[in-house]
Design a protein around this ligand. Structure first.
Ligand code: SAM
Length: 202
C-alpha cells in the first residue's frame, strides 16, 4: 500500500498576511515564491495531483504562528504557476485562523499552531530532511511526515526542538537543494520504494 505523505515546510520569512504582492513575491512577499514552489512541487505531477499527499506550510512569523494544510485529495484550483498559487495561498490565509483546522478555500485548511504542536500531531514517523542526515529513509508503513526548511533552512532553535521528536534525520544526497527540489526528489524516492513491498518494523 502506498505511504501517505505529509510534507511540512517551515516558512520563517514569508508574508503570512494574506496580502503577499503577486508582482513581487520574492521581495516584498519575503520569499513567498519559495512557499508557492514548495506547494506545487509537493502536490502536482505532470497531469494531476498527488492524492496521497498533504502539503503543510507553517508560517512562523510574525508573532502568531499559522499553518496552511493543502489536502491533495481535495484541493481545487491549484495550478503550477507561482502567481496563481500565490493567489490561492493569499485567499486561504485571509480568514482569521482558529486553533483547529478549518477549511478556508476548497481543499485548503488553516489553523494557528506552533511547530512543536504541529509535529507532535503529525503522522509518524517524523523525518527531518537535511543535508547532514543519514542516507536512508526509515521503514515506512502507512504514513510519514517530512519536515523541510525554507531558503535559509531551519532556525537553530527549531533544529533543537525537532531533534528529540524526530524518528530520523535524512539526507537526499550531497547536493544542497531548494525546498521544492527536495520535495520532488523525496517523492521520487518514495514512488520507487512503493513499487516494492514496503518494509515493516519488527
Ligand atoms: C534551500 S535549503 C536550506 C539551505 C540552508 N542554507 C541550510 O543550510 O539549511 C531548503 C531545505 O531543503 C531541504 N534540503 C535541501 N537539500 C537537501 C538535501 N541534500 N537532503 C535533504 N534535505 C535537503 C532541507 O530541509 C533544507 O532546509
Amino acid at each position: 500500500m502506498p505511504v501517505r505523505r505529509t510534507l511540512v515546510l517551515v516558512a520563517n520569512h514569508a508574508d503570512a498576511s494574506g496580502n503577499a504582492p503577486l508582482d513581487d513575491l520574492p521581495g516584498a512577499g519575503r520569499r513567498f515564491d519559495v512557499v508557492c514552489r514548495f506547494v506545487t512541487a509537493a502536490l502536482l505531477t505532470s497531469h494531476g495531483v498527488r492524492t496521497d499527499t498533504d502539503a503543510v506550510v507553517l508560517f512562523t512569523s510574525p508573532d502568531k504562528a499559522k499553518a496552511l494544510r493543502f489536502r491533495g485529495g481535495r484541493v481545487r484550483s491549484l495550478s503550477p504557476d507561482e502567481r496563481s498559487t500565490a493567489g490561492l495561498l493569499n485567499r486561504a490565509l485571509r480568514p482569521v485562523a482558529m486553533p483547529v483546522w478549518q477549511e478556508t478555500v476548497a481543499g485548503v485548511e488553516s489553523r494557528t499552531v506552533d511547530l512543536a504542536t504541529l509535529v507532535s500531531e503529525a503522522p509518524r514517523p517524523l523525518v527531518v530532511l537535511t543535508e547532514q542526515g543519514a542516507p536512508d529513509l526509515p521503514p515506512l508503513t502507512n504514513g510519514a511526515t517530512f519536515v523541510l526548511g525554507d531558503h535559509r533552512g531551519l532556525a537553530a532553535g527549531q533544529e533543537e526542538l525537532l531533534d528529540p521528536m524526530a524518528d530520523a534525520s535524512v539526507s537526499l544526497g550531497p547536493v544542497p537543494l531548494q525546498a521544492d527540489q527536495a520535495a520532488v526528489v523525496l517523492h521520487n524516492r518514495l514512488d520507487v520504494r512503493t513499487e516494492r513491498p514496503v518494509a515493516t518494523p519488527d
